[in-house]
Design a protein around this ligand. Sequence first.
Ligand code: DAH
Length: 371
Amino acid sequence: MNPKQAVTSGRPAFFLFDDDVNPPMNDLDQLVAQACDDFAAAPTPAELENAKARYLGKSGRVTELLKALSTLSAEEKKSHGAQINMAKQRVEAALQGRRQALADAELETQLRAEALDVTLPGRLRGIGGVHPITRTMERIEAIFASMGFDVADGPEIETDWMSFTALNNPENHPARSMQDTFYVDMKDDAGRWLNLRPHTSPMQIRHAQAHARRYAGAERMPDIRVIAPGRTYRVDSDATHSPMFHQVEGLWIGENVSFKDLKVVYLTFMQAFFETTELKIRFRPSYFPFTEPSAEIDVMFETGPLGGRWLEVSGSGQVHPQVVRNMGLDAERYIGFAFGSGIDRLAMLRYGIDDLRLFFDGDLRFLSQFN
Ligand code: DAH
């Protein structure tokens, strides 16, 4: 048996035998051991720094020992100094170790707090959809495009001339009143208040004028065949009227366009829009300043919840010669028809909705049903 391990008292045996090589726990060793204990006991970085100050600070215990060297002889200074410095290095190493341990622990806690369960189902970002009115407009555009109609777009803030005068509205027509039309606090070149267009009919004029200009010198002008869907505004608000609503204007002008064409075009449109041939349309005499003769177009479904009743869907008529002239065209040569239909109303009929305001309330529970 190795005598060095013969006697044990919990400490390594060599402390008992190799005193000269490995001196027993001297003051310095104790100091280091104590520092290690203190550091280990510090629960936070701040407390660790306090503990550090007690050993390595300006009047810390290690620092004091180093200061005391000055009282020793040169010989003693050397050996003691070396020992103290070694002790100091061990204290510093212990400090560094504890710092790292605390930092690791903190990181660990943080990571645990921010832990992600990657197996949870993702939170889906809501996917937007097409608004039912936009959807309806796109549908109308596709149907008319298939019949050779262009699609035009124009300003929602209009001049008085475009909204009224060019459309043959007399100066004192009630549609011009503030009870009916929204005005913008700004005047046009003619010194007239601008308005939020109360119908899409100004687009008849704008589009026809542009068309007339484009073919001004040509021998023959191609027919004007266009629809203009868009937002319109009127001072009106209840379950079936909104101050902002949508219309689609239709216009077909040529040398030989008649009411018969209007009838075919509108019937074809209705059948395509409602996806049924089981419906009838009728033209009911009416009055608009910009058409002569004028008619309301009614539709009747043969079956279904709305079946058997005439439902008004559009105004229409043969474009008034004065309006043809205002388009920049020869009223002796060109003739045609126009119509203006409520898009919101068509959407309500198609989807079976009885309150127009649902379209504009922005309630996703309602709107998301259309996508
Ligand atoms: N602009 C009319 C309105 O808003 C609708 C209308 C009627 C348009 C007859 C037309 C038309 O083009 O020919 O009430």
